[in-house]
Ligand binder design. Structure first.
Ligand code: HEC
Length: 136
């Protein structure tokens, strides 16, 4: 095959693949009828609106001023009551948030769903002298 043909075939394959990737979310976008999932989606928007991510991480990604909140919902001695208290009162480095009850409920549903999706505490790993990491 001539180089120009190879280039054309690869370009077409690239375009077809890109197109299929951009099409996928559009085909998947049917809104969920599960009320818990809907609430969690609302909560994700609240999370974004109040910019919690600027200080907190989910799955280890985000700002590093505050702690990772992936599993805060099931953390011993924390959970819903603790999250509500933190939002209402804040602490020295965390601002308090005045938000309506619907937003708090949605945020809690989002944090509950996130918690159920897996564990993400980067501190579960130790760095080895070889530069690799290993689970504690
Ligand atoms: C300006 C940075 C900042 C923003 C924005 C912020 N937080 Fe925080 N948050 C912190 C810090 C720092 C702490 C740790 C506070 C401490 O130990 O005194 C914290 C602690 C918490 C805790 C307790 C964590 C634990 O392990 O006990 C929760 C829950 C929490 N934040 C939820 C939220 C939510 C939800 C939002 C968004 C509505 C948010 N935070 C926005 C900085 C922030």
């Amino acid at each position: 095959m001539k180089p120009a043909h190879t280039f054309t075939v690869l370009s077409l394959a690239f375009l077809a693949f890109s197109f299929s990737i951009y099409l996928e979310p559009a085909l998947d976008a049917a809104p969920s009828t599960n009320p818990e999932k809907q609430m969690a989606s609302e909560g994700r928007l609240v999370w974004q609106r109040y910019n919690c991510q600027s200080c907190h991480q989910l799955y280890g990604l985000g700002g590093y001023l505050g702690p990772d909140l992936t599993n805060i919902y099931s953390a011993p001695g924390k959970g819903e009551t603790w999250i509500r208290a933190m939002l209402k009162v804040g602490s020295a480095p965390m601002p308090s948030f005045t938000m309506p009850e619907e937003e708090i409920a949605a945020l809690l549903a989002f944090l509950k769903a996130t918690d159920a999706s897996g564990r993400a505490d980067p501190k579960d790993f130790v760095a080895l002298p070889t530069g690799m990491i290993q689970r504690k």
